[in-house]
Design a protein around this ligand. Structure first.
Ligand SMILES: Nc1nc2c(ncn2[C@@H]2O[C@H](COP(=O)(O)OP(=O)(O)OP(=O)(O)O)[C@@H](O)[C@H]2O)c(=O)[nH]1
Ligand SMILES: [Mg+2]
Length: 320
């Protein structure tokens, strides 16, 4: 069921994750879930009965067990619908569902037990100009991709709590190589060149295509691509195309909305929440199953710990 792509051109599921050393399909328990296309807003509302969805109130913390689900789960199968656009941790079983918690301003559910997800040590390892030169030690990698200026390097700095770790700039196109940052001596954050800045010469554009896309396809240790989307502007087709390409190539993604502090800015009468909702609606058309998504800001640090917690879940699962 999960592998059928729509209209023969849309990507199938980006999730399940690729596990280390194998291209196995996992999460068989999710086959029990209804396959549906309804948009996230209604899902979020049903999962938070009576409470505003995180999209309506992005700063409200909804980090709590879903008690109403617990109450109803046993005798009401329809209640499983509440999970249909949520990201359930890949190792969770149906029995675990009632105890899962939803990370704020996201569709990501995590286990109830506290985990130590913090970055204690980070180190710049190398800048590679060719995919063949990237580290080959087999440690899990999370790659940051998105349009130039979306905030990839800033987010890496925020996660690592180092101001000048990855170079940032107001001018698009700052990062032009593949930068590997080793975290806690056990996994990598990977900063990639951005795509899509204006006036870019065609040869630079095709370099992005072969260089960065080559990295996605050839890295055996890539756990997940963090696709960064600027929430302060309306959905851009180049971002949706990138999501489609990653999906078609079965690269798992997590959509990370950036600049979510820009709540006052309006473009074409649209606010940040409208942009996020619309992007998710368009993304949902492409994906059989909603990829995990989360809203962040490096100005307020909103979503930082939640994102680290999510990466911790994925890393553990990948390494099992
Ligand atoms: N308001 C706000 N600005 C941000 C945020 N994140 C990044 N920025 C700003 O956006 C600009 C671009 O940030 P970078 O981190 O250099 O962007 P990048 O995606 O790495 O860009 P390239 O390396 O060119 O691909 C900088 O001026 C940052 O200060 C955020 O969460 N909120
Ligand atoms: Mg950068």
């Amino acid at each position: 069921m999960q592998q059928i792509s729509k209209l023969g051109r849309r990507p199938p599921v980006l999730w399940p994750l690729l596990k280390r050393n194998s291209l196995r399909l996992v999460r068989p328990h999710l086959l029990a879930f209804p396959h549906c296309n309804s948009n996230l807003t209604s899902t979020a509302k049903s999962a938070h009965k009576g409470k505003p969805s995180p999209l309506e109130k992005p700063d409200i913390v909804t980090h709590e067990p879903m008690t109403e689900l617990k109450k109803n789960l046993a005798d009401n199968k329809a209640h499983l619908d509440a999970f249909k656009d949520m990201f359930v941790p890949p190792s969770a079983s149906i029995a675990d569902l009632p105890s899962l918690k939803r990370l704020p301003s996201s569709n990501i559910l995590v286990g109830p037990n506290p985990v130590d997800f913090r970055i204690k040590q980070s180190l710049f390892v190398q800048a590679s100009t060719r995919v063949a030169d990237c580290p080959k030690d087999g440690l899990p990698e999370f790659a940051f991709v998105g349009r130039s200026n979306v905030g990839k390097s800033s987010l890496i700095n925020a996660l690592a709590q180092k101001k000048e770790f990855a170079e940032t700039s107001k001018k698009p196109g700052k990062t032009q190589v593949i930068n590997h940052y080793l975290v806690n001596k056990s996994w990598y954050l990977v900063d990639l060149p951005g795509y899509g800045f204006a006036n870019v010469p065609t040869d630079v554009r095709s370099t992005w295509n072969t260089f960065t896309k080559g990295y996605f396809l050839r890295s055996d240790s890539l756990v997940c691509v963090l696709l960064l989307i600027d929430a302060s502007i309306p959905p851009q087709s180049i971002d949706l195309d990138c999501a489609d390409w990653l999906g078609q190539n079965k690269v798992p993604i997590t959509v990370v909305f950036t600049k979510c502090d820009k709540t006052r800015k309006k473009i074409d009468g649209k606010k940040l929440e409208d942009n996020v909702r619309e992007f998710l609606r368009l993304l949902r058309k492409s994906y059989d199953q909603m990829p995990p998504w989360i809203m962040t800001s490096t100005v307020t640090n909103h979503g930082k710990d939640s994102l680290l917690q999510h990466l911790h879940t994925l890393r553990n699962y990948w390494s099992e």
